[in-house]
Write a protein that binds this ligand. Structure first.
Ligand code: TEU
Ligand code: CA
Length: 572
């Protein structure tokens, strides 16, 4: 057997600590809750867990605003609990990766407090400070027109020192200045080495391609003439020093045989992505590209879209691009369709009505479980959790700053115009990050077994927990959970085809059936997925008669594909 890095053949299970399992009845998930659930996680058949930020934080952006890399957010537990979690994961033969959030810190981090204290503080240059500009009327304006990811200008004015600082996300998330060598070393020691020394096996690297900013911080092209602030992702991502920074980080990770998976938005140029994950270049183990999860999102604002306005061809193109990264290169990639920033895939790409939600969920499991690269699944995806009920209120049942900022922006911009507000609400019902963040559904009881029945969960439990929950699915052979377990076994059995095979779309113009071939060193697979609520035909494939059906999400034989049916055929 060839020596392959351990992370290539792994499946990763992502945990969102606030919403996974509350062990002490305060309504907030915690590390002890994760520890108590490790046998369940192991039973799914995954190899690695990824824990979203559990660091100390004011929680403006759910822990992606870190005030101390070397401490745990007290409601989640302590550093000692993390040490226990790491050793409990290892003793079960699994690995654990943490979130590395180092494009920015919280404004409550000691580093930023010092940086903002005066212009001549020794940490002033650890963040990105610029003087104001003035328009023709003498009004103060930010250094450029960049829009923050959560709306508004990406710059905030600091009264005390009379300069602007950059924040690509919330004002409470100031961007670190990676050009400062001392800052980089501090980041590496506090955010990486501290946890690697404790035994963590690598990192999911947040916004990995934003650290190096373009020289001169040029304006973004105007695509939203109605606003001062413009989407600037294509301007500030993948700056000139990215490769250098990644090589520095990788040198540290290599000492610990640790993996890295970098989040890589705004990277349409595949050669840039390949440059990050080429084995020879030694920069990152793999990246998350956004092609698939962005399907159906608007260009100016991601929420500016009509729900379901995408075509199956868009999904095919997206997967074709990201799988294509492996062809003829020494690169590695990922397969995923959910995470804590995305709505539930059944509600977006399947059919979440009671009639079809399990079947379409299994079909999506089959599609993404058949792609090459390291597979990532998000908590609740394995039981087919769906979006929050439509009638939930933006005012209090949606919690994410991304959702509420967008809704408030629309209200202001269109003077509370009911038609515009309705459109925004519908987009949020479809795409908000909140849908992924409702508590994990363990049982059929009103709080879903996430916390005690007396407790008030920090976010309301989806009422679907009555029908969609771990307890019920554990005892059913035909559940989504049972299907995922079989899928992950099949992925291991046919590893050379499903994990490492070469991807090819066939019957590309078919508007209802997604058909793909995977060619591995020891065989070939045909995967067909019927993306519709009506019967469809299996495409004509040369060797179909020689292939054997290894998996289907519908019982019994049938020539035609039944609604939302998926099948995997194999020749060896
Ligand atoms: O996300 C970064 C990112 O590029 C997005 O997908 C982001 O969610 C979107 O632009 C919001 O409209 C990462 C984290 O995954 C996310 O949860 C954090 O909010 C963000 O970084 C800031 O740390
Ligand atoms: Ca708790």
């Amino acid at each position: 057997k060839t020596m392959r890095p351990w992370w290539k053949d792994s499946t990763v299970y992502q945990i969102y600590p606030a919403s996974f399992k509350d062990s002490n009845g305060d309504g907030i998930g915690d590390l002890q809750g994760i520890i108590e659930s490790l046998d369940y996680i192991k039973s799914i058949g995954v190899d690695v867990i990824w824990v979203c930020p559990m660091y100390d934080s004011p929680q403006i952006d759910m822990g992606y605003d870190i005030s101390n890399y070397e401490a745990v957010y007290p409601p989640y537990g302590t550093v000692q609990d993390m040490e226990r979690l790491i050793s409990e994961v290892h003793s079960r033969g699994m690995r654990i990766i943490l979130d590395l959030v180092v494009n920015h810190t919280s404004d409550q981090h000691q580093w930023f407090k010092e940086s903002r204290s005066s212009k001549d503080n020794s940490k002033r240059d650890w963040y990105i400070w610029k003087p104001a500009k003035y328009d023709a009327d003498g009004n103060r304006t930010p250094p450029n027109n960049w829009r923050s990811n959560f709306g508004g200008s990406a710059w905030s004015w600091d009264e005390q020192t009379q300069e602007y600082y950059l924040h690509l996300f919330c004002p409470e998330q100031p961007d670190l200045n990676w050009e400062n060598e001392t800052t980089r070393q501090a980041i590496y020691h506090s955010a990486m080495i501290f946890w690697l020394e404790k035994g963590c096996d690598g990192f999911r690297v947040d916004t990995v391609n934003m650290y190096s900013k373009p020289p001169g911080l040029p304006d973004a092209p105007v695509i939203d003439p109605g606003s001062q602030w413009q989407e600037a992702g294509f301007v500030y991502c993948n700056g000139p020093r990215m490769n250098e920074y990644l090589e520095e980080m990788n040198a540290i990770l290599a000492r610990y045989d640790a993996m890295s998976v970098g989040e890589c938005p705004f990277t349409p140029d595949m050669s840039v992505a390949v440059g990050y994950v080429s084995e020879e270049k030694k920069r990152l183990s793999m990246v998350f590209q956004f092609d698939s999860v962005n399907v159906g999102m608007g260009n100016v604002f991601k929420f500016q879209t009509t729900p379901f306005n995408y075509k199956l061809a868009d999904v095919k193109d997206a997967i074709n691009r990201t799988q294509g990264l492996l062809i003829g290169t020494d690169a590695w990639t990922t397969s995923f369709i959910e995470n804590h920033d995305q709505a539930r895939c059944i509600s977006r790409f399947g059919d979440d009505s009671p009639q079809w939600r399990e079947r379409s969920g299994k079909m999506l499991a089959m599609l993404f479980g058949s792609l090459s690269g390291t597979l990532f699944i998000y908590q609740g995806q394995e039981i087919g959790m769906i979006n929050m009920p439509k009638e939930w209120r933006i005012e209090d049942e949606y919690k994410d700053v991304d959702s509420t900022n967008y809704y408030n922006m629309v209200a202001k911009r269109y003077n509370n115009d009911p038609a515009e507000l309705k459109k925004a609400h519908e987009a949020l019902q479809h795409l908000a990050r909140d849908h992924a963040r409702t508590p994990m559904q363990w049982t059929a009881s009103p709080n879903g077994g996430f916390t005690t029945e007396e407790a008030k969960p920090w976010m309301r439990v989806n009422t679907s927990t009555k029908e969609i929950n771990v307890a019920q699915q554990n005892s059913r052979k035909d559940s989504v959970l049972a299907f995922w377990r079989r899928m992950l076994e099949t992925r291991k059995t046919y590893n050379n085809v499903l994990v490492h095979g070469e991807f090819e779309i066939i019957d590309k113009d078919n508007e209802t059936v997604f058909s793909l071939l995977k060619k591995g060193s020891e065989g070939k697979a045909l995967v067909v997925c019927n993306f519709s609520g009506s019967p469809s035909q299996v495409p004509k494939v040369d060797e179909l008669d020689k292939m054997k059906l290894v998996m289907s999400n519908v019982d019994g034989e049938s020539e035609a594909l039944r609604p939302w049916e998926g099948r995997i055929y194999l020749v060896q």
